[in-house]
Write a protein that binds this ligand. Structure first.
Ligand code: MN
Length: 250
């Protein structure tokens, strides 16, 4: 009994300490407002000493800003990558500064915050960082055309033909009301086209993303204005990186 009481006492102390630490971490002002060492807490997580810019970084664009023109102009890529994508990275760093979440992989942040209304701002920013990185990899100069045979076989099996898959992607792009994403995903052994609103991502739905198409207006408005279908068709036919999709099938 004595051991049990001591255990319970220790457990209570630990819980209280942890709760205090977590609360202190969550309530800390953004790291950039403090000296770099001020993020040090009793938890001694890798957050301590993290530079003010934070641990989440904008992945390099896999090609030059000009590489997707004329389908997507350098101006659109410039704003989309250097302003929008960078902005989501900055938000994730700001919202995780001084918390244990800053030491987690981006995918963990996304899966931890999804479906939690109190964490909606962090989920949205983190998912947008991930979705955009995936989007840039889903495109390449001189893309589109015939997929590699191993992927073509899978697309033929799932959709009937590559052209039917192309039409499914285009239909999803035009059907999505408001901002969102169109995806080619693996759902177990089956390939499917789905769409997600806003920042939602197949990562939280037990699906394996293979390709994505950003259908937020910022992805196309400078080049296509309201003509989303023209943007989607041009990207699908001339920029889709089928090799990347195959590499994601694993
Ligand atoms: Mn975007």
């Amino acid at each position: 009994m004595s051991n049990r009481r001591e255990f319970l006492s220790l457990a209570t102390t630990l819980a209280t300490t942890l709760a205090g630490t977590l609360t202190a971490g969550l309530l800390s002002p953004p790291a950039q407002a403090q000296p770099a060492t001020a993020t040090t807490t009793a938890t001694a997580t890798p957050v301590a000493g993290t530079p003010a810019v934070g641990p989440f970084a904008l992945p390099p664009l896999p090609y030059a800003d000009t590489a997707l023109a004329p389908v997507i102009s350098a101006q659109t890529v410039g704003f989309h990558y250097h302003k929008h994508h960078q902005g989501y990275v900055d938000t994730v760093n700001r919202l995780t500064a001084g918390t244990a979440m800053a030491a987690q992989p981006l995918e963990t942040v996304i899966r931890t915050t999804t479906s939690d209304p109190a964490q909606a701002a962090l989920f949205n920013a983190a998912a947008q960082v991930w979705n955009h990185s995936f989007y840039w990899n889903s495109l390449r100069p001189d893309g589109g055309g015939t997929p590699p045979l191993a992927l073509k076989t899978r697309l033929d099996s799932a959709f009937g033909s590559v052209d039917a898959c192309r039409k499914a992607l285009l239909a999803a792009a035009t059907a999505q009301f408001g901002s969102g994403w169109v995806w080619l995903v693996a759902d177990g052994d089956q390939l499917r086209v789905i769409r997600t609103p806003n920042a939602e991502t197949p990562l939280t739905q037990g699906l394996k993303p293979l390709l994505t198409l950003d259908v937020w207006e910022h992805a196309y408005y400078l080049d296509y204005q309201n003509r989303r279908a023209d943007y989607a068709a041009a990207v699908i036919d001339r920029l889709l990186n089928w090799e990347f999709a195959l590499s994601q099938l694993g």
